[in-house]
Design a protein around this ligand. Sequence first.
Ligand code: SF4
Length: 377
Amino acid sequence: MAGIYLHIPFCKRACHYCNFHFSTSLANKNDFVSALLKEIKLQQQYLQHEIIETIYFGGGTPSLLTNDELRNFFSSLKNSFNISKDAEITLEANPDDVTVEKLKDWKNAGINRLSIGVQSFFDEDLQWMNRVHNAKQAAESITNAFAEGFNNISIDFIYGTPTLSDINWKKNIDKAIEYGIPHISCYALTVEPKTALAKMIERKKIGDVNQSDQARQFLLLMNWLRTAGYEHYEISNFAKPDYRSKHNSSYWQGKNYLGLGPSAHSYNGDFRQWNVANNVSYIESLKKDELIFEKEELTSTQKLNEYIMTSLRTTEGCDLNYVTNRFGIEQTDKLLESAKAHFKNSILIIDDSKIFLTDEGKLFADGIAADLFFGKV
Ligand code: SF4
């Protein structure tokens, strides 16, 4: 069982905080589509005929694809891979693209899950982020998606922006709950190097992000969504029963996946590889039936560290029996030794041979995982 990710590297406008790979020029879009169709064929052996359980169109902005482009990708994927009849097929969409006509096309093409980049229901926040959509479009995208028969809907929020008060944060979450959105992803605003946001902060055009505001809004968020019946199944993700993202869950479970398109990553259990993050290089190489990518073989230590990092972020926790069976009892003993101080500070807990982050620990998940890593110098 495996997944396929397709990276659509175009956006109408650059959001200030974004460090994903994308271009705001659509001039190469047709050539990109031809290149991606070629890559699908070139990579058809990568997953060794495993059954494909999930397909994810991400980006960038996949909702910019035309109906014909989307259908061509589907027929090429079907010709090249063994896709399960029940596959979860997600399309990331920006609210301004979610028209009734497009929703009908997506449904007919086979998309059965939408991930809508709402980010906030307030214009003030959206303008601060330089999002292309407004609050009205955010709300309409959801009502239209439900009306057109999409039940499996996820929306993204960003919190910890200087414009977002706790009162409006609560209003955002309440609105999502009222709509009956079954999956909600919430990300703390991070200032990534070289983004417009980082430059504006450097030049003191805007203030820096306030970490304590972010921490408070995260703690509030966990409380609100749990009370509303959402399962907090991964640090940034909340779902109603049966609505977890199968695609993202399979990453966290270490299943194999193939990433297609510029900057996309792939993993086959032993090797990780990533495509060139440049649209022109990607297109030109595929014109010659070649793919530019880098590749690394994961050592046992890297695999163990990845397991610690991802498992701690999920509700399943870090399973010591699994660590013993796969990596040896010495590693489990060392892991417990490294975790001792965090047990004492109530940042980690252990239950039924599994290590979990406490709510406070979730605020420092990456740092705590790094403390537990093996092979540190
Ligand atoms: S729409 Fe998404 S990928 Fe595009 S710039 Fe904004 S955050 Fe980045």
